[in-house]
Design a protein around this ligand. Structure first.
Ligand code: FE
Length: 347
């Protein structure tokens, strides 16, 4: 376990990566009592770098569906707070604002936004590096110029995404550019297809991961996708779990296809969901696993699309192959492009 002094040093190092500097305003946002200690440590770390730093605490959310509803934030009830965040240089988000219109507004005003909600041990173990950033950006460059993405997999997956409409997003765990968001820890790239641009089958097998359920699939799940929407899900227990979850939102847009990409961090463990020292995490480690292929369902407003459903699943898959315009990027769960490999694995 990481002790409190180490956490302080870790946050200082991270704030430096985020280019926090003297005279800048850093706001730490949290909710209720959650992450109160983390927020305080970020404040000390930011002040030690000469920043103006303060802590903004939102009230606990009102109980609603009980689901993990992405995009709904308490900030929507406090427009004054949004205005304050727009004036900040750097926002440390310990709430998880992702997909919320308020976060988009804050970014549009030029504030750098860094989400930091994962367990501290994981923040330490997957501490971002410039090398990972370069490799993620090399992947993003390839993805940004691709017209199609085809994914095949060991259980029968064969699906094609028509690209070129939405931007490519890099996540490498820190942010030093005005208006840019990132999530610590992370090392992956993604984009989304045209709204009607996904067709084929995705078949999950044992070991693939469902987030936010934070479980490993144990029985095959077969998704049929037509024109960007899931039209059928079949299989055993896991298929029923997915269907039951999606139906609970009562929103047909939850069946849309969301972001898709691959992971780049060789330090991330596939067994991370069962790591006894990281209880309560939200699966950033699984999203980042080197050579995983992750598809997701639900909203695409994060990429500028029209679908802002709150029903979102991320599904990192093992052993898949991914091709951009027929060029192999990942083969059987292994990255084949040198620029994305760790230095020691390059030819
Ligand atoms: Fe997602």
């Amino acid at each position: 376990m990481v002790n409190q002094h180490e956490v302080y040093e870790l946050f200082r190092r991270h704030l430096r990566l985020c280019a926090a500097q003297e005279g800048e305003t850093v706001v730490v946002l949290s909710q209720g009592r959650r992450h109160a200690r983390r927020a305080e440590t970020f404040l000390y770390a930011a002040r030690s770098l000469g920043c103006q730093a303060y802590h903004l605490v939102l009230p606990e959310p009102l109980p609603e569906s009980g689901n993990w509803t992405v995009g709904a934030s308490e900030l929507a009830r406090t427009p004054e707070a949004v205005e304050a965040l727009k004036r900040a240089d750097l926002l440390i988000d310990c709430v998880f604002l992702l997909f919320s219109p308020e976060q988009f507004a804050v970014q549009a005003a030029g504030t750098r936004v860094l989400t930091a909600v994962e367990p501290v041990d994981l923040l330490a173990r997957l501490f971002p590096t410039g090398e990972h950033r370069e490799r993620v950006e090399a992947g993003a460059e390839l993805l940004a110029k691709a017209g199609t993405m085809r994914i095949t997999g060991p259980h029968g997956t064969d699906v094609t995404y028509r690209l070129g409409v939405y931007p490519t997003v890099s996540e490498y765990g820190y942010t030093d550019q005005a208006g840019r968001w990132d999530h610590w820890p992370a090392a992956f790239v993604f984009t989304g297809a045209a709204d009607d641009g996904v067709d084929g089958k995705i078949v999950l097998g044992p070991g693939d991961v469902l987030l936010p359920q934070n479980v490993y699939v144990t029985t095959p799940v077969e998704y049929t996708i037509e024109k960007g929407f899931i039209t059928d899900i079949r299989g055993g227990h896991d298929a029923e779990l997915i269907k039951s979850y999606m139906e609970s939102f009562d929103d047909p847009r939850g069946y849309g296809m969301s972001h898709v990409g691959w992971g780049i961090d060789e330090r991330a463990h596939w067994h991370g969901l069962r790591e006894p020292s990281f209880p309560g995490g939200m699966g950033m480690e699984l999203r980042s696993v080197y050579g995983n292929v992750m598809f997701s369902t639900g909203p695409n407003n994060e990429l500028g699309g029209p679908n802002d459903t709150a029903c979102h699943l991320d599904v990192p898959m093992r052993g898949c192959s991914l091709f951009l315009d027929d060029e192999p990027i990942v083969l059987d769960g292994d990255i084949v492009v040198d620029a994305m490999k760790p230095a020691k694995a390059r030819r």
